[in-house]
Write a protein that binds this ligand. Structure first.
Ligand SMILES: Cc1ncc(COP(=O)(O)O)c(C=O)c1O
Length: 440
């Protein structure tokens, strides 16, 4: 490998440079960030329409979090995890459980969303085992969801591109989400919810209820272009899980931490799961952090004779003081900063700008500060991956959104100003005009 001559620019001879997988010479080399803007090594500026990836909800230069992390770095960067924890980790778990729906009284801190999902699966299996139901090991999840990149979380993901890694977690069983049923059968949202719940029940029956440990789901499915659970569906799921003794796990790694109009989507939908995975926005992006929260039934298996070690294996960096400080500062800011109220104002403004930008070229799905646009294929539109084309056209114009298949998604930071909202909408309009053959 030859060292690049300019330390912060792509080297001229790319063939001799060792890239960080999966990046290539077309990847942006970000160098600086302030507010909701990033700058690359060539000085180009980008406005971030999706908070990194649902992470930087307070922007890239949030002083209280920077302060808390800097202070912690100087005081104690790490503590022996086998012998104790640290005050910020305790304060953070306390803050999280206060924000969470009633009943989710215990939290386990981890380093990222995939680990949180793994922890939830381990806890679910352990709970059944300790309650004398050790035959329950299967975990249901959606086809075409996303739960992470570790083997267990990947096994729950249920996407065709995962199959290339070979057999996954034994007992991973997939079911159809309401959104998949709506698109395949052409039924409306409410009917898709009824059908998906009926199929869930049939799947549990067919697999044998005594073998099913948990159902893990995203209340809003990001990789389906923000497919929002239809009215009444999650209540039905809760009722079915209760009836069959299946633990319900919400993967709120995208939806959690203020994105849907409440601290968690569980509160927005009025349905409380047994376990809830949270990540991304939890630290505002200032340190790797995630958590799984759970109810007393699950917690009880950790405090019986076998003690906390029954949760092993844990992770070396879990609840480390730097991440805990970032999380504690972020959760305190969210709680004390009245963001639930201010986000509601931003969400309404953002939606009206987005509607004008999309202007009939797709169906908008929105819940709080999560937005998806299912792009319409019209005569003359390029065939293929419209979502990537629109996201690419946005990036060329200095706007970061995500796009794939027939959708794009946006998730603005909570601190996005009205001017920045207008700027995001203007760039998106230009990008759509470009892809849809020009309208302006
Ligand atoms: C819904 C959902 N679950 C789990 C994960 C995995 O989180 P991480 O990438 O932090 O491991 C993601 C990541 O995008 C996600 O969107």
């Amino acid at each position: 490998m030859t060292a690049p001559t300019q330390p912060h620019a792509w080297p001229a001879d790319l063939s001799s440079y060792c890239f960080e997988v999966p990046h290539s010479d077309s990847s942006v080399l970000f160098e600086q960030a302030h507010g909701i803007r990033l700058t690359d090594t060539t000085g180009r500026s980008y406005v971030d329409g999706m908070s990194g990836v649902f992470v930087t909800c307070f922007g890239y230069s949030c002083e209280p979090i920077v302060e808390a992390v800097s202070r912690q770095l100087r005081t104690m960067p790490f503590n022996p995890p086998l012998h104790g924890t640290n005050p910020d980790a305790l304060a953070l778990t306390d803050g999280l459980t206060r924000l969470a729906p009633d009943g989710l009284n215990t939290a386990k801190l981890v380093n990222g969303g995939s680990e949180a999902v793994e922890a939830a699966v381990r806890l679910a299996r352990l709970t059944h085992r300790e309650s004398g139901e050790s035959t329950r090991y299967k975990v249901l999840s959606y086809y075409h969801g996303y739960h992470g990149a570790t083997f267990g979380s990947l096994s729950l993901t249920g996407r065709p591109d995962v199959a290339r890694f070979g057999p996954g977690l034994p007992g991973a069983v997939h079911v159809w989400s309401p959104d998949m049923l709506a698109s395949v059968l052409g039924v409306d949202a409410e009917e898709s919810g009824r059908l998906a719940a009926a199929l869930l029940e049939q799947t549990i029956e067919a697999e044998g209820p005594e073998s099913v440990a948990a159902f893990v789901l995203e209340p809003v499915i990001h990789l389906r272009g923000m497919a929002i659970a239809p009215t009444g569906y999650l209540d039905r799921v809760r009722e079915i899980c209760d009836r069959y003794g299946v633990l319900l796990v919400f993967d709120e790694i995208v939806t959690g931490f203020g994105r849907t109009g409440n601290p968690f989507a569980a509160q927005t939908f009025g349905v409380t799961p047994d376990l809830m995975c949270v990540g991304k926005g939890i630290s505002g992006g200032y340190a790797p952090l995630a958590a799984v929260l759970f109810n007393d039934k699950v917690a009880s298996v950790l405090s019986d004779g076998s003690g906390p070690s029954s949760f092993a294996p844990s992770h070396t960096y879990a609840a480390n003081p730097i991440s805990a400080a970032a999380g504690q500062a972020s959760v305190s800011l969210f709680t004390e900063g009245d963001f639930v109220r201010s986000n509601a104002g931003l969400a309404a403004t953002f939606l009206s700008h987005l509607e004008r930008a999309v202007d009939g070229r797709g169906d908008i799905r929105s819940l709080g500060l999560l937005y998806g646009v299912k792009l319409s294929a019209t005569p003359g539109t390029p065939t293929g991956d419209l979502g990537s084309l629109v996201a690419g056209a946005c990036l060329e114009r200095g706007l970061i959104v995500r796009g794939q298949d027939d959708w794009i998604v946006l998730a603005p930071a909570f601190v996005t100003s009205e001017e920045e909202t207008a700027e995001i909408a203007r760039i998106l309009t230009d990008a759509l005009d470009k892809v849809y053959g020009g309208r302006a």
